[in-house]
Ligand binder design. Structure first.
Ligand code: NAD
Length: 289
């Protein structure tokens, strides 16, 4: 590493809080070294109220880019000169590219989800997907699936602080992608959820249910819609095999964990920063096994 860093080395970073556990620095620095790119990637623990300063510093230091994680994604969008179509609809960014002082915000979480499906041989085009969740990950998934040609999206969320945002997302998708049929339901309506999953090609969980400390829970209470041929994907990546995926596997579904989504959102960001393809097979082998 010390041989690699010079006075010319460009800096990229992850901002958010917490970031100490993040696998991004290892994944990016390995890829820079492997492709001979003169960048270094670090992580800065930034609170929401510090986002404006962090983005100003990004301009001052001529940083090529920043990834943004929870809880700063929505706040960061406010400081962008331009937003990608998905970031505009979602109102949040996880990738900022600095082109000579002009900052463009992207959100690659949804792309990560769709490309992870692709990596498993599944094409979202023309499919019906049911998604549990109305937060950051869920919104990104729903918007990207609509933009990429999903036929129908049924969204289930609790009537909590995210409910209003979920209703707004539905309206935004309807306006941006009129050909995609979108509905929103209360996740407490188990009967409806079972019917929607039964009529879907793909079911995705993008709530925090299944993630530690809720690792013994699943958003799907009635397993009768689980069957061979149904794809069940989880955004949760810790634990790698959630209760949802375990139960879906037992019912013969095709199961896809959240780690691949994490990899592919990084691959998309890497391309935006460098114009080059991350060495995905090697990164997968080293950091995602
Ligand atoms: P968020 O805080 O923005 O949203 C939380 C969601 O969980 C909301 O929809 C909320 O209504 C729902 N929820 C909370 N408690 C619930 C309960 N008891 N029952 C049902 N629903 C409940 O969080 P987020 O950033 O969207 O993250 C959601 C999950 O996705 C996390 O596990 C996160 O680690 C994961 N994630 C994964 C990736 C990836 O690349 N794999 C990317 C982003 C987020």
């Amino acid at each position: 590493m010390e041989k690699r860093i010079s006075g010319h080395t460009g800096v990229m970073a992850l901002i958010g809080s917490p970031v100490g556990h993040s696998g991004s620095p290892a994944m990016y620095n390995y890829s820079f070294e492997r492709l001979g790119l003169d960048y270094v990637y670090v992580a800065f623990d930034i609170k929401v109220e510090e986002v404006g300063d962090a983005i100003a510093a990004m301009r001052t230091f001529h940083m090529r880019g920043c990834n943004v994680t929870m809880p700063c994604k929505t706040e960061a969008a406010r400081y962008m000169d331009e937003l990608s179509p998905a970031a505009r609809i979602i109102g949040a960014v996880n990738t900022i590219v600095n082109d000579g002082g002009k900052l463009t915000g992207y959100i690659t979480d949804g792309e990560g989800f769709v490309n992870n499906l692709k990596d498993h041989g599944i094409d979202i085009r023309g499919k019906k997907i049911t998604v549990a969740g109305g937060g950051g990950a869920a919104t990104a998934i729903q918007v990207q699936c609509a933009l990429d040609g999903a036929r129908e999206i049924s969204i289930f969320n609790r009537k909590d602080a995210f409910w209003g945002r979920t209703l707004e997302t539905v309206e935004k998708i309807r306006a941006a992608v009129p050909g995609c049929v979108v509905h929103v339901y209360d996740i407490a309506d188990t009967k409806r959820m079972t019917e929607e999953i039964a009529a879907s090609d793909i079911f995705a969980n993008a709530t925090i249910v299944g993630m530690k400390p809720m690792e013994n829970e699943s958003v799907v209470k009635d397993l009768s819609a689980f069957r061979p041929g149904l794809v069940v994907a989880d955004a949760v990546y810790d634990p790698e095999e959630t209760r949802l995926l375990r139960e879906a596997k037992e019912a013969g579904c095709t199961c896809i964990g959240g780690k691949g989504m994490l990899l592919w959102q990084g691959v998309a960001a890497f391309k935006l920063y460098t114009g080059e393809d991350m060495p995905v097979a090697e990164v997968k082998e080293r950091f995602f096994r």
